[in-house]
Design a protein. Structure first.
Length: 567
């Protein structure tokens, strides 16, 4: 007789097998096989729901996970990355084992001899929680890419490209997918991906090369003459922008450059005027001129100056006719004195005296036709070294500083006083920033000019041309401007200034000047109180009485001292 395992006979086996099958048929199909354990918990004979309750009550300890991103490392509980015990998956694994066991194993289970099997408690990852944590950890590592850009190199005087810089982006999505697929990981890498800039340096090189080619010397000639003007390469480079989309003309600087060129090459007509001959004023005949046909020339200039293949262009010209002919000019001995303006400049430097004399000489003899506007800057011809002006103190940037043409305002102020007292309408008049001692005691009765930008303009509303005479007496530091013409039938009265407010000057300011010796103190600006004031002009004529005002607001000005460095 054969002996079966554990002394069980074949007949017994048959009986038990039959019984096992009968029992199995009556059992719930979700009952787990005997001998099965999940993470040490005996779940044999339990239903799925019972096993879930038994296993789910166990507190699984989350492992520590080391996260790396570039040179950065963080160690944290897996729970913060969404890790959690997955009882359902473990119980389902036990059910699968139950279903796969053979009849003999089930029989052994009935007699208490079933093999034991421990199933590990599996885990899962919540992707949303993992993403949130990894995003927070790596937020400081993300950098935006920087596009390439164009700049003008002040050293080489050429356009150049600043290279693009790629950005960095933490690939959180890939890391989350990896961890979800393998929750047992104890180390997790978040890759840092390079993010290319949208605009690379190579894309700008063509525009930079084009911009540098345009920046070349450029010459213009007035048609029908030999008069020439030009722009340096640096001046041409100021006429456009090199953008990431190409060359962009700067309309404002183009028009300004065009104006300077035409001013340089034009030969404007000369009106009939008075000249001094043998100590007497005599008439001088008018003379036609030749000037740029601006409407036609600007389009030509704009196109040519931005074309690197063109280096010179001829501006179309047109005749310029005088507006005052000799037959309309009164005889010099018939002129009447209409008004006088005076000022003093005691204490002026040699440079300032030079500029006063130069400006006065250029204004002297100016003739303004009836109905036309007198422009101080146009009559002067510009404030620059080529026109005879030298360095002197001027008001600029909130300071009294050395600058070209200091003293010209002495002349513009005196001209303003004469023309204003003649009753001429004011078109443009500008004030100084603060009270200037040279123009006392007639406070507020002054006019500032600055080339370019600030002009003095008044209109000749008399019935005849007016002659402006300027007499400068350097020995006595006095300047007198006279207005001559056909005297209009009117009387003009200018009132003294009416001060409406006064602001005390601030405390002195001390500035270290390393060029001075230690202990040396030098005053470079002087204090002045601020004022709000106005002067009133009353004009009486056949039309009646009318008044106008010239208002002035002077800033409070502080004294400034330069001091040598401390020893």
């Amino acid at each position: 007789m054969k002996v079966w395992a554990a002394g069980i006979t074949a007949g017994t086996v048959a009986l038990l097998v039959g019984g096992a099958l009968a029992v199995a048929a009556t059992q719930n199909t979700t009952t787990l096989a005997p001998g099965l354990r999940i993470a040490g918990t005996d779940v044999g004979g339990m239903t799925r729901e019972q096993a879930l309750t038994a296993v789910g009550s166990r507190a699984a300890t989350p492992p520590q996970v080391t996260v790396t991103a570039g040179k950065n490392t963080w160690t944290l509980s897996a729970e913060k990355l969404g890790w959690h015990a997955d009882a359902q998956t473990s119980v389902d694994a036990a059910l699968k084992i139950t279903q796969e066991r053979g009849v003999l194993e089930k029989l052994q289970g009935l007699i208490g001899q079933a093999p034991t099997q421990d199933i590990p408690l599996t885990a899962a990852v919540d992707p949303a929680k993992a993403r949130a944590t990894l995003t927070t950890l790596t937020a400081g590592l993300n950098t935006a890419p920087k596009n390439a850009s164009v700049y003008f190199d002040k050293v080489s005087k050429r356009y150049a490209v600043k290279a693009d810089v790629p950005g960095l982006s933490a690939d959180v999505t890939a890391a989350v997918n990896t961890y979800v697929a393998t929750p047992s990981l104890t180390s997790l890498n978040v890759a840092l991906k390079a993010t290319p800039a949208k605009l690379a340096a190579a894309a700008l090189k063509t525009y930079v090369d084009q911009g540098n080619a345009i920046a070349r010397p450029f010459t213009v000639t007035l048609g029908g003459t030999t008069r020439k003007g030009g722009l340096t390469a640096l001046q041409v480079a100021d006429l456009y922008w090199v953008r990431d989309s190409g060359i962009e003309p700067d309309e404002k600087t183009l028009k300004a450059a065009f104006g300077r060129l035409t001013d340089a090459i034009d030969q404007p007509a000369l009106n009939a005027r008075y000249v001094l001959q043998g100590g007497k004023l005599v008439k001088a005949k008018e003379k036609a001129g030749l000037v740029t046909d601006r409407a036609a020339a600007y389009a030509l200039f704009r196109k040519a100056v931005l074309d690197p293949t063109v280096k010179t262009v001829v501006f179309p010209s047109k005749a310029d006719q005088p507006t005052l002919t000799i037959d309309r000019l009164p005889a010099a001995d018939k002129l009447q004195l209409i008004a006088v303006g005076k000022s003093t400049y005691y204490g002026s430097s040699a440079a300032r005296r030079t500029n006063v004399a130069n400006a006065a000489s250029k204004i002297n003899g100016a003739v303004v036709p009836s109905g036309e506007v007198f422009s101080f800057l146009n009559t002067l011809g510009g404030i620059d070294a080529s026109n005879g002006f030298v360095g002197g103190l001027i008001i600029s940037g909130g300071r009294t500083v050395d600058g070209l043409g200091g003293g010209v305002c002495q002349v513009s102020t005196t001209v303003f006083r004469a023309l204003y007292q003649a009753g001429l309408p004011v078109i443009e008049r500008n004030q100084h920033s603060y009270r200037v001692g040279y123009y006392e005691p007639q406070v507020g009765f002054e006019a500032a000019v600055y080339d370019p930008g600030l002009d003095l303009k008044l209109k000749n509303d008399t019935t005849a041309p007016i002659l402006i005479k300027a007499n400068n007496d350097n020995a006595r530091s006095t300047l007198t401007v006279e207005v001559w013409g056909v005297k209009p039938q009117r009387t003009v009265t200018v009132s003294p200034a009416v001060i409406t407010a006064r602001v005390p000057h601030p405390a002195p300011k001390y500035v270290v000047n390393t060029a001075l010796r230690p202990g040396v103190v030098r005053q470079v600006d002087w204090a002045a109180d601020g004022y709000s004031l106005y002067i009133t002009r009353t004009i009486k004529d056949a039309k009646g009485v009318r008044t106008d005002k010239v208002s002035t607001v002077y800033k409070a000005w502080q004294a400034v001292y330069e001091t040598g460095p401390r020893s």
